[in-house]
Design a protein around this ligand. Structure first.
Ligand code: DLZ
Length: 207
């Protein structure tokens, strides 16, 4: 079999996610693709031992909303014991009573976590941007990627970049493992789940 040139080489270390708490924030644009990616990420988190009750999911309208929501979720996960998480989250309406955080919204999803004040070890931001006929795509790709990197560097918490920036629908479908051809492609959500476990574990060790 030909050796693959592109793509991530699996780590030689099998990281243990059993002590990790992971948030997934995802856009609702291009939902079929989003659902496949989110399910792929969750499957790998669970496979690596992350408890379902330690996976918290929040949706936002589009990819442009991902950085602010991710920032708020991380802040809420870091509030001091006794502080009111929902106050910090303001209009985003998080909290254990929120159906958005207490109920999995993706069929077959294994995530059951609710927001508490226990810090997150990693957050995965998932969106699917598909180029249209205006400059909208370029502006959102650029601003979202920079904002997510800034959040990661400022917070010290791994922010996994789960934003597909595709030129066509077919590219996006193939990167979610649901391509139309004989070769369905590869679900990048799985890589993001593994990246969250690896980076979450390593950052705990590095302090
Ligand atoms: C407006 C828009 C467009 C045209 N395309 C996408 C897209 O391909 N993927 C995506 O996640 N979001 C898209 N949006 C919505 C924006 O991200 C954002 O939700 C709105 O501009 C409101 O801020």
């Amino acid at each position: 079999m030909a050796e693959h040139v592109k793509g991530v080489t699996p780590s030689e270390i099998q990281y243990d996610g059993s002590g990790l708490r992971v948030a997934i924030v995802h856009a609702r644009w291009n939902k079929v693709i989003i659902d496949a990616l989110v399910n792929g990420a969750i499957a790998k988190l669970v496979e690596r031992g992350v408890q379902q009750s330690n996976i918290v999911i929040q949706t936002v309208p589009g990819s442009f909303e991902l950085p602010l929501a991710a920032s708020k979720i991380l802040a809420a996960g870091h509030v001091q014991a006794g502080a009111n998480a929902t106050d910090l989250l303001g209009g985003l309406q998080f909290g254990s009573s929120s159906p958005a955080l207490s109920t999995p919204r993706i069929a077959g999803s294994q995530a059951t976590g609710t927001l508490t004040n226990r810090p997150f070890d990693a957050i995965i931001a998932i969106g699917v941007l598909i180029k249209g006929s205006t400059m909208h795509f370029e502006y959102i790709c650029d601003s979202v990627s920079h904002a997510l990197m800034k959040l990661q560097m400022d917070s010290g918490v791994p922010v996994i970049f789960g934003v597909l920036t595709c030129l066509t629908d077919d590219q996006a479908l193939e990167r979610a493992g649901i391509g139309k051809g004989v070769n369905k492609g590869h679900n990048h959500g799985e890589d993001w789940g593994l990246a969250a476990v690896e980076m979450g574990s390593q950052c705990k060790k590095w302090g």
